[in-house]
Design a protein around this ligand. Structure first.
Ligand code: DGL
Length: 264
């Protein structure tokens, strides 16, 4: 039986949104979830820092866990380092890109918000997606580092002031043309974890779109025909810095089928 895991990688717990969607399709897949907590948050780092960090860490993780496939469950890392990781490692690498294409398919007002990290929303890759898939839409972007922190706090079980969700959305709504936004791309994997809070804070109906279901389908496609264990086992969460903040995430990790904590 092929026991090699799927390895999910993010700066923090955002990749759990992608893991959950993948588990729904591949319920018995062995899982290693890796968080670069020592490098968190990625969204306020430079391109050079992320480009140096991510391939090196994934190289170490691949050596240690021998995954059958890696999911870079982080928009920031994917938009900056995906090509470098693919050329460094000889195994399938699935990246996460802002779900601008599906958002453009459903927006009635043809005005789309892209909510990500600062590092993601300034990437030329996002210009390219907007030009290719949403050429007839106004695409308004905002980067929020605070929303990433709010999602981490929520998963540590802390109370989070609803004003923080409203402020993140205001970064889109307050821009010229922002009042017409009817669809928001959650272009950071942390944000689907707080989608209910965002919906409550929006004050009007908004469709929130993210890429997790598409990534899960891609993983299932790339691994079709492979052996999977007959029964699901709990997985491992590995942190580059296993401190009290990481340990406080244990219940949320457990809820995602990860019951073992390890340090990288
Ligand atoms: N979850 C990450 C993303 O999808 C980044 C969060 C961060 O570290 O800033 O972009």
């Amino acid at each position: 039986m092929d026991q090699r895991p799927l390895l999910f990688f993010d700066s923090g717990i955002g990749g759990l949104s992608v893991l959950a969607a993948t588990r729904a399709l591949l319920p018995t897949a062995p899982i290693v979830y890796a968080a670069d907590s020592a490098g968190f948050p990625y969204g306020i780092r430079t391109e050079a820092e992320i480009a140096a960090r991510v391939p090196a860490l994934l190289g170490r993780l691949a050596e240690r866990y021998h995954p059958r496939l890696i999911v870079i469950a982080c928009n920031t890392a994917s938009t900056i380092a995906l090509a470098a990781v693919r050329s460094a490692l000889d195994l399938p690498i699935v990246g996460t890109v802002p779900a601008i294409k599906p958002a453009a398919l459903i927006s009635a007002t043809r005005t789309i918000g892209v909510l990500g990290t600062d590092a993601t929303v300034r990437q030329p890759y996002v210009d390219d997606l907007a030009a290719r898939f949403a050429a007839d839409c106004t695409v308004i972007r905002h980067g929020s580092a605070d929303l990433v922190e709010a999602a981490e706090a929520r998963l540590r079980g802390e109370a989070v002031d609803p004003a923080r969700f409203a402020a993140a959305l205001d970064g889109l709504f307050a821009q010229p043309g922002g009042a017409a936004i009817d669809t928001i791309v959650l272009a950071c994997t942390h944000f689907p974890l707080v989608a209910d809070d965002l919906a409550a804070a929006a004050g009007r109906p908004i469709s929130f779109v993210d890429g997790s279901a598409g990534i899960a389908r891609r993983v299932a496609y790339l691994t079709q025909g492979q052996d999977w264990p007959a029964k699901a086992r709990t997985g491992t969460a590995v942190f580059s810095l296993l401190d009290d903040r990481a340990r406080a995430l244990a219940p949320a990790l457990m809820a995602h089928g990860l019951d073992e904590l390890a340090a990288l």
